[in-house]
Design a protein. Structure first.
Lengths: 259, 319
């Protein structure tokens, strides 16, 4: 969104309280959704639950195309549509719900830096593994991505998406990496997160923030998604404080949902 | 690109290929600055070889560290290599500070790099008046026609691929977003730095090298139009941070940046050289006029100031 549109949305957002009928859209859970989208969607769900804002999760095959930015997930609140965690956090802030108000400037800087670390490393690694690793792409990503569509549209869409993601990987310099290097990058990222978390319940001690939601979304999804190899999940499992972090958030905020 | 360490001989000469310097900086290229700064911080004896005026301006990936048989590219890999050779500026950091380093570097990459690329390579006024003449004048004929536009295309596609929201969006839709992200990123860095000289304690580390590499070009370049530069100039602690690093670590190399090009130029025929200069000047002027004609009415076409370009051409004449 342009800056003017964003300011306008914020102003409209502040005018109304959070309605009961807010919905979150994502691709079909059983057959279609992929690892990276599932992680982003879970992060947003966790964030909204942490804020105490009710939202219904609706699965649609064309969720990606409905989204204003082309990214999953997006929420439909009142008469506004907002996609991706960053803008959603700003949107809820305009409505008076924020998890990071208690942080001082330096802590907020740290929080944003760690969120970018997750986006830069974990999300990019997820995309790489899904689309640039030939085995995973052929066995899992392309079939799942194109499952709602019939041939030949399924083939066209799947290969188009793969081409797009590969272009992006080349642009950010991940095109030349091997799978081993990507696993190593994930390992380093998890090590950094584990160091930062330490023995605290959440990243900023007692209260969860959007960083906790984002990290939970990604780590939980990686741990619970079946890929061609379990190596990614194994790397995360070696950090026990991250495992207990995920379990804690799942129990606190998702206890009514069967994982 | 993983290197083989043939022998742990720290006296082996290390050569670093970079873009040359200007505007008071040892290099105008962010990645080259990062590596040069880290080499200074960690005490690594690295011979800096500018690729200006050579064919490497098109063929080489810069920066590149050459040591013996191995060649390492990309700042992160080069810093890892130097660390393994025991040139480690981070050894005093705690594990938590190491984690913070990774996080802040990710912040720079995601939030500041798109605006940095845009300011130098996509913004029409900056590109026509500063970036393209600079890179064109430091590339040998006929590469001066190819090098700047090659980098500009790469920059534009990188911005669109990473920040463009839908494949049909052009650059204008994302401009506002990337500049507001960049300003916020600079603010966050300023909060984090506070009143200290460096980000972690009294000695600079790899995070300082990365911040310096990203921020110094925005600070020092003579950009005709840059709201980002004006924003940065208001953040006193970041500008002092850059000036401090330049004063402490780069004073004795500054005099080299305005020296004549490397000796290989002297072997060129003098007439061929004059011809090259004339063609460069002509092509620069033609391109500038072309751009001025095409740009919007608010950008009043004006004759580019002849002094800087003549000065730069004169400085490339060997004695």
């Amino acid at each position: 969104m342009t800056l003017v549109a964003e300011a306008f949305v914020s102003q409209m957002a502040a005018a109304e309280p959070w309605p009961e009928s807010a919905t979150l859209y994502q691709p079909l859970k059983e057959d279609q959704i992929l690892l990276s989208d599932c992680a982003s969607s879970l992060a947003v769900q966790a964030y909204l639950r942490m804020c105490g804002l009710p939202v219904q999760v609706v699965c649609r095959a064309n969720a990606e195309y409905m989204s204003p930015s082309g990214k999953i997930p997006f929420i439909h609140v009142g008469n506004q549509v907002v996609s991706e965690l960053g803008p959603i956090v700003q949107f809820t802030k305009a409505k008076g719900n924020s998890l990071s108000d208690g942080l001082d400037d330096i802590q907020r800087a740290e929080m944003k830096a760690y969120m970018e670390l997750v986006n830069n490393m974990l999300l990019t690694a997820e995309l790489y593994i899904q689309w640039c690793d030939d085995a995973t792409a052929a066995e899992i990503s392309r079939p799942r991505y194109s499952s709602p569509y019939s041939w030949p549209l399924s083939n066209i869409l799947a290969y188009q998406k793969q081409w797009e993601v590969r272009r992006k990987m080349n642009a950010v310099g991940w095109g030349g990496k091997t799978l081993e290097q990507v696993y190593e990058d994930v390992n380093q990222c998890c090590q950094a997160l584990s160091q930062r978390l330490g023995t605290q319940p959440y990243f900023f001690n007692k209260q969860p923030t959007e960083l906790d939601a984002l990290v939970f979304g990604h780590l939980f999804t990686i741990l619970t998604t079946r890929l061609t190899s379990t190596e990614l999940a194994e790397r995360i499992k070696s950090y026990s404080n991250l495992l207990s972090f995920c379990r804690r958030i799942e129990q606190t905020y998702f206890e009514d949902k069967s994982s | 690109l993983k290197t083989a360490f043939s022998e742990p001989n720290m006296a082996a000469a290390m050569e670093l290929r970079c873009w040359g310097g200007d505007w008071g900086l040892p290099s105008v290229h962010s990645e080259s600055l990062i590596v040069q700064a880290y080499a200074k911080f960690s005490g690594a004896k690295v011979k800096v070889v500018p690729i200006d005026w050579t064919w490497k301006t098109l063929t080489a990936t810069v920066p590149e560290l050459l040591c013996g048989d191995s060649a390492v590219q990309e700042p992160t890999n080069i810093l890892n290599y130097l660390r393994k050779q025991r040139f480690n500026a981070d050894y005093e950091l705690t594990a938590r500070q190491g984690a913070d380093t990774m996080a802040y570097i990710a912040l720079l990459e995601e939030k500041l790099r798109p605006a940095l690329l845009h300011t130098f390579w996509v913004d029409a006024e900056n590109y026509a008046n500063l970036t393209r003449p600079w890179f064109a004048s430091r590339s040998p004929f006929p590469l001066n026609f190819l090098v700047p536009s090659h980098h500009a295309n790469t920059a534009l596609s990188r911005i669109l691929l990473t920040k463009g929201e839908a494949s049909l969006h052009g650059i204008t839709e994302v401009e506002g977003k990337i500049y507001s992200d960049a300003k916020e990123c600079l603010n966050l860095l300023s909060y984090r730095l506070g009143t200290a000289n460096y980000f972690f304690g009294n000695l600079p580390t790899s995070l300082d090298a990365f911040v310096f590499g990203f921020v110094a070009p925005i600070y020092k370049a003579s950009l005709p139009s840059s709201p980002l530069q004006s924003h940065l100039r208001q953040l006193d602690n970041l500008t002092s941070f850059c000036d401090n690093i330049l004063a402490v670590y780069f004073t004795h190399t500054m005099t080299n940046t305005i020296s004549p090009p490397p000796p290989v130029q002297e072997t060129m025929d003098a007439n061929l050289q004059k011809l090259t200069q004339l063609v460069n000047k002509e092509s620069n002027l033609i391109e500038k006029m072309d751009d001025n004609l095409r740009s919007s009415p608010q950008h009043k076409p004006h004759r580019p100031d002849p002094k800087p370009s003549l000065a730069s051409e004169q400085s490339s004449t060997p004695a």
